[in-house]
Write a protein that binds this ligand. Structure first.
Ligand code: FEO
Length: 401
């Protein structure tokens, strides 16, 4: 049966959650599932803000029908044309043949690319700053290019201060009854997924996100209604400040992150010795990950989180160990920048991973290598403890300052 939720007297939640999907975008593990949010506004004219993914289309369509309660649909606002939100557009057009599709020129072009129905006869093209009045509600369309695709816009309902924010302020994680961020333990249970979602989905586009945040700062926002995850009606400034930190490539926490690859445990031993030395210098915020075990999307997110990062890798086929190389390539792809880093290499035949890791890191903006590369031949030796201690001191100084 339908599962519509009342957000205001004339605003209804018609989205749905998916807990079966293993990989979002067929790349990001989503152990906690994901929600595809969508909203209906009942005014003199009826408005649907975005559709949903195919996987939840049955529940979504039932929800839309129930929300409209026998009325037709006058407008479908398409804030974002990625298929996790637009898979059901053709079905909506079939069910409501007089619907007008509200989007910008790029949106309408993408609808033509994805679909074969007569898009132009339904198109209601808007420009940045245009408004649409549907009775009591006036919707203002604010373009937010590259948050997360070029056509993205957000829609601000000037009558109630609701910001329909597209992917912005979204997060991985299926909803479990409670719709609002203030009804769940967001910092304890959701923030890691929200960070991982932001960094991996739009982390590359910090400049564009900051531009959108500047535009949003001029709006009297009462509620943020994203396309994924909980809705924000309290403590909005806290979440916006997280976005400002992430989008400006500042670290979220002063702390040491150690990510290593290790084939037979010798590089792992070296980083454990290092982390003990860092702890001995009074640093408490230390986190260690094996890059072969933890998904790269988590590692990228953690690298954006902490101030100081150690990358440790064996030499493998005269290259960086593939799992570590993948992490560094992904960091570069996400415009990772402005961090203190240190490098450890291992090699039984020849040492070349350190040089290659340093080159990759140096090709990223404002990456500061704060210690000489620590080179291990097969296993860490007693006589290298001085070098380890020096690296630990550099890391502790970075964290403390
Ligand atoms: Fe949730 Fe960029 O789509």
């Amino acid at each position: 049966m339908n599962n519509i939720r009342k957000i205001a007297d004339d605003v209804l939640y018609v989205g749905a959650s998916d807990r079966r999907l293993a990989l979002f975008e067929n790349i990001y593990p989503i152990e906690r599932g994901v929600s595809y949010n969508s909203y209906v506004v009942l005014d003199d004219k009826t408005v649907l803000l975005d559709t949903a993914d195919h996987s939840v289309s049955r529940e979504f369509l039932e929800n839309v029908e129930a929300a409209l309660s026998g009325r037709t649909l006058d407008y479908l606002v398409v804030n974002h044309m990625e298929p996790d939100h637009c898979s059901v557009i053709a079905e909506i057009v079939l069910r409501y043949p007089d619907v007008k599709i509200v989007g910008n020129a790029k949106t309408i072009q993408m609808i033509r690319q994805f679909y074969t129905f007569d898009v132009d006869s339904h198109a209601h093209i808007v420009k940045d700053g245009d408004t649409l009045t549907t009775g009591k509600h006036t919707f203002a369309f604010v373009f937010a290019p590259m948050v997360h695709w070029p056509e993205v816009m957000v829609t601000f309902d000037t009558s109630n201060g609701f910001l329909f924010s597209a992917d912005a302020f979204g997060t991985f994680g299926a909803l479990s009854g409670n719709l609002y961020a203030d009804e769940v333990d967001f910092e304890g249970e959701w923030l890691d997924d929200a960070r991982r979602y932001y960094i991996n989905i739009v982390g590359k586009y910090g400049v564009q996100v900051m531009n959108t945040l500047k535009k949003a700062a001029t709006l009297p926002i009462k509620m943020i209604l994203p396309l994924h995850g909980p809705i924000w009606r309290e403590n909005i400034s806290w979440f916006i400040s997280k976005y400002q930190t992430w989008a400006s490539y500042q670290c979220e926490e002063k702390g040491a992150l150690i990510v290593y690859s290790s084939i037979y445990g010798n590089t792992a031993n070296a980083v454990d010795v290092l982390s003990s030395r860092i702890a001995d210098k009074g640093i408490r915020n230390i986190h260690t990950y094996d890059a072969s075990k933890t998904d790269v999307s988590v590692l990228v997110s953690e690298c954006f989180r902490y101030s100081t990062i150690v990358f440790a890798s064996p030499t493998y086929n005269a290259e960086i160990f593939p799992k570590m190389e993948m992490l560094l390539i992904e960091l570069k792809a996400h415009a990772f920048q402005n961090r203190d880093v240190a490098v450890i290499e291992n090699g039984s035949w020849a040492l070349s991973a350190g040089k290659k890791m340093s080159e990759l890191l140096s090709s990223m903006k404002d990456i500061r290598i704060i210690s000489p590369v620590l080179s291990i031949k097969s296993s860490l030796k007693e006589e290298q403890l001085g070098e380890v201690d020096a690296m630990a001191a550099a890391i502790a100084e970075s964290v403390n300052n």
